[in-house]
Design a binder for this molecule. Structure first.
Ligand code: C5P
Length: 236
């Protein structure tokens, strides 16, 4: 599967979101994360669904299984393509998330694909070892979480493009590898740590990429989007 990049709409208000989207005269994929969703609620999601965007709802749920079940059952009413949980919430939590989505998806629609966040792309190996007390390499931790996610029946993971090869070997080609931490060669890294260019991500086996600030903070976001898209689709 080679999907168009998902643009991360990390804006605080609906007005800023609308203003950003206005110059795009083509179908694009968008990611709605906690900044936009938590400050504007489901109505922002409803507005964007009406406009026919393909949507990744990135709320990274992480709570007890019963609570995640209820939240996913409710969110399944929305026509979204991808949704996620933290794999660190555990196998039972992920199974319940999937059950909730299955229970809440209307009959007329496909269930949103459910993916597990492995280790955030802003986490370094040193941070993981000292803060989470995981005495393994970051790559081992990511692959462990990917396998757990697969065992729980989920459709894939969110990971760094640098980890997709190992995940492909452990979980197969069909298992989704959705990768943020994407930067064009000329961009600043900011808080991300495990990054790659769109072309490198493609070469390494990402099935989807998520791009935020390289597009949203660009002087010309539509141009920046096309630079990302062309690299991702292999036109450069
Ligand atoms: O601006 P930037 O391209 O770094 O944005 C990346 C987006 O992907 C952000 O919205 C962030 O919340 C999200 N994300 C991430 N790392 C993960 C999962 C999601 O950066 N592991």
């Amino acid at each position: 599967m080679n999907q168009k990049p998902f643009i991360a709409l990390d804006f605080p208000t609906w007005e800023q979101t609308k203003e950003f989207l206005e110059p795009f005269n083509e179908p694009i994929n968008i990611k709605i994360g906690m900044e936009l969703y938590l400050q504007n609620g489901p109505k922002v999601l409803e507005q964007l669904i009406k406009k026919d965007y393909r949507i990744f709802l990135d709320l990274k749920l992480h709570d007890i299984p019963n609570t995640v079940y209820g939240a996913m059952k409710g969110l399944a009413q929305f026509d979204i393509e991808l949704i996620n949980v933290h794999a660190a919430g555990g196998k039972e939590m992920m199974e319940k998330a999937l059950e909730g989505l299955n229970a809440g998806t209307p009959f007329s629609r496909n269930r949103p694909k459910l993916i597990g966040v492995t280790q955030l792309t802003s986490t370094s190996e040193e941070q993981m070892q000292s803060e989470q007390l995981i005495e393994r390499s970051l790559n081992e931790s990511v692959i462990h979480y990917a396998k757990l996610t697969k065992e729980a029946g989920l459709d894939g993971v969110v990971c760094s493009p640098l980890e997709t090869k190992g995940i492909r070997e452990a979980c197969g080609d069909e298992f989704l590898k959705v990768t943020p931490g994407i930067r064009l060669a000329e961009n600043q890294v900011q808080d991300q740590k495990r990054i790659a260019t769109p072309a490198k991500a493609r070469e390494l086996g990402s099935t989807h990429i998520v791009v935020g600030r390289s597009i949203t903070k660009a002087e010309n976001p539509v141009e920046a989007y096309h630079a990302v898209l062309n690299e991702w689709e292999g036109l450069l």
